[in-house]
Design a protein around this ligand. Structure first.
Ligand SMILES: Cc1cc2nc3c(=O)[nH]c(=O)nc-3n(C[C@H](O)[C@H](O)[C@H](O)COP(=O)(O)OP(=O)(O)OC[C@H]3O[C@@H](n4cnc5c(N)ncnc54)[C@H](O)[C@@H]3O)c2cc1C
Length: 304
């Protein structure tokens, strides 16, 4: 291909860039370190008619076994930096949220504590409207910068159409920077909150496993009677259920674990079975929270 920008690599494996460690390669892959580099890549992809996919920490991502027919981008350098200016923290879209939460604590800034348990990036968290322990991203988000082939523009939180695990960002729109407006606080007290949150998490969720966290969204359906997706899966007999190398975790039934060289197809089959069982038992159609990169064929039985 002519005029391929510097640093673009062909046929790059993606499994290692996801927390569940499944899936194939990207046709093209790049790690831009600055905003001009990123926009140049997006322009190239636009001109060549190449699809663009973003990989943050890959903590809510399932890559198709056949890989991604397009340009997969992982933000690096400046685009993954964490800086402070007064009571604001500026993160590159690729900055890790737990690192930002820990740095903010060290700077005596409060408001980002919820990020300590979300193993994603600032960009992935904005895209997914990530949340934990009642800390709302939108409450502390000041603005984001969104890069496309047309350049970079600033958007305010109220323009992002946030709802449960959703924003209105379209594919190809890259969160290249985010500013968080925090409150001054006592570093020791903020660190103590982080330690408590980590401990709560250790008790509630499995650690050290290959997973993408919550598989399904908690349903907004009165038949659930307030139960979470995990509780519904558990009640439908899915805890520990296996398909190939994938299983629903024994500790948290909404977590899929790659326990033995699973493929993404194994994960999809397991998801379809969990969804089918919950539908059969409660009449509820669970919707995936996990995002898919590449073309997958949903197993037969997915459409209920
Ligand atoms: C153990 C574990 C615990 C978890 N706990 C929580 C939790 O408590 N709360 C919660 O909300 N989530 C949780 N998650 C899920 C996940 O961490 C969040 O959804 C996180 O926000 C995803 O960020 P990421 O950078 O990993 O995004 P990825 O998984 O890499 O990507 C997710 C989506 O965001 C897009 N994306 C990524 N970066 C950008 C960017 N810069 N610009 C535009 N789009 C982008 C991707 O293309 C994809 O569509 C957990 C996951 C795990 C593995």
């Amino acid at each position: 291909m002519s005029g391929t920008p510097a640093g673009v690599q062909p046929d790059h494996p993606l499994a290692r860039l996801t927390t569940v460690r499944t899936g194939g390669a990207a046709e093209w892959f790049a790690r831009p370190a600055t905003e001009p580099e990123l926009v140049e890549l997006l322009r190239w992809a636009d001109v060549e008619g190449i699809a663009v996919g973003l990989i943050g920490s890959g903590s809510n991502l399932l890559v198709a076994d056949d890989g991604f027919h397009g340009l997969a981008i992982k933000l690096d350098g400046d685009l993954a930096s964490i800086e402070r200016d007064g009571d604001r923290v500026f993160c590159g879209g690729g900055a890790r949220l737990p690192s930002a939460a820990a740095k903010a604590a060290g700077w005596g800034l409060s408001g980002l504590e919820f990020g300590i348990n979300i193993p994603g990036t600032a960009g992935g968290a904005v895209r997914m409207n990530a949340n934990a322990y009642g800390g709302q991203l939108a409450r502390v988000l000041d603005w984001i910068e969104v890069s496309t082939a047309a350049g970079t523009e600033r958007r305010e939180p109220q323009q992002l159409g946030f709802s449960y695990r959703r924003s209105n960002l379209r594919s190809g729109e890259v969160v290249s920077r985010a500013s968080f407006r925090l409150r001054p606080g006592d570093p020791a007290a903020i660190r103590a909150t982080l330690a408590t949150m980590r401990e709560q998490r250790r008790e509630a969720q499995p650690s050290g496993i290959k997973t993408f966290g919550s598989t399904f969204k908690n349903p907004d359906d009165e038949r659930a009677e307030g139960r979470s997706a995990g509780q519904l899966l558990d009640a439908a007999g899915c805890r520990g259920l296996r398909h190939g190398g994938a299983r629903f975790s024994e500790k948290h039934a909404n977590f899929v674990e790659n326990f033995d060289a699973a493929t993404s197809a194994d994960v999809l089959e397991l998801m379809a079975e969990g969804r089918r069982r919950v539908h059969e038992r409660f009449g509820i159609e669970l919707e995936p929270e996990v995002q898919v990169l590449g073309e997958v064929s949903w197993p037969s039985g997915w459409e209920l």
